[in-house]
Write a protein that binds this ligand. Sequence first.
Ligand code: MTE
Length: 337
Amino acid sequence: MLIKLPKASDSKESDITPESFYLSRRSLLGSSLAGLAVSALPCWAKAEEAARYADVEPGKPPAWFTEKLPQTQWQAVNVKGEAITPFKDATHYNNFYEFGTDKSDPAQNAGALKTQPWTVVIDGEVGKPGRYALEDFMKPYQLEERIYRLRCVEAWSMVIPWMGFPLSALLKQVEPTSKAKYIRFETLQDPKVMPGQRSGFALIDWPYVEGLRLDEAMNPLAILAVGMYGRELPNQNGAPLRLVVPWKYGFKSVKSIVRISLVEDQPKTTWQSIAADEYGFYANVNPQVDHPRWTQARERRLPSSLFSPNVRETQMFNGYGDEVASLYSGLDLRKNY
Ligand code: MTE
């Protein structure tokens, strides 16, 4: 992903996030869920480790989030027994170039982003276009927990318990016309609070744009997330609304979405526009197709350090082949990377 040369310090994320821990049920759920039956709790929240809530104390969650929380469908099983990534790693080792290019920049700078109120525009080839306050946008949807691997094109990975709803449910609501072939997402553009949009790091033509083919967007694995680890999304992770498509490299998971458009032509996406030979439109996780500058056969599962490396084989479609491989039958994945 990084166009600039990595600094020596880039390999030392363990210095920032040295501990492995899960959040404890008590700290995580707080008083708002105190009355819930244990069976309704997320499995990963039952871990014994003492909670260290890190320094990402949630502000007051929006009322719509608090109201939806008790009805959340928690995922019963973990990702094939793989450990959930510690909250601190997931919130302090981020890519969100609007807030800077270092992994620690989003945690440091994204606090300035105001996510209440928030407006989402739905437009393009849809029967029901609209401009919604987020609380109205969210009304039809129940929250579901989805514990997914996140594999960055830079060859690090995490396992994150997201909370959101299927993208297919939104598509049913907005009624794509017969001309709609792709879905295009746009991140907020606000140079006042996003230093990356003010800086001389002008490789990115803001706003950050991503897209999916319509059938990819309809796949049940694709979700729009509004929360993670049992709480609303921290700003650095793309609050208040982000895409999560776990079989694709992380850069497809566009953050802080303000516009969703159904379109006829394949959208021009941010990383493809910067370096089409390195970052394709599909960006399916594929250990057999290397990035021109590094192998994609392996990944560092965070937390990982030089002294305690946590390296594993990368799986085709990030391990979600059973669910998504049929989307690409007949497509040459070396050409359509
Ligand atoms: N969305 C926006 N708007 N800006 C970004 O820089 N980075 C992408 C993606 N979404 C990015 C973005 C990349 S490269 C990755 S790997 C993931 O967000 C990282 O998500 P995380 O920081 O929550 O782990």
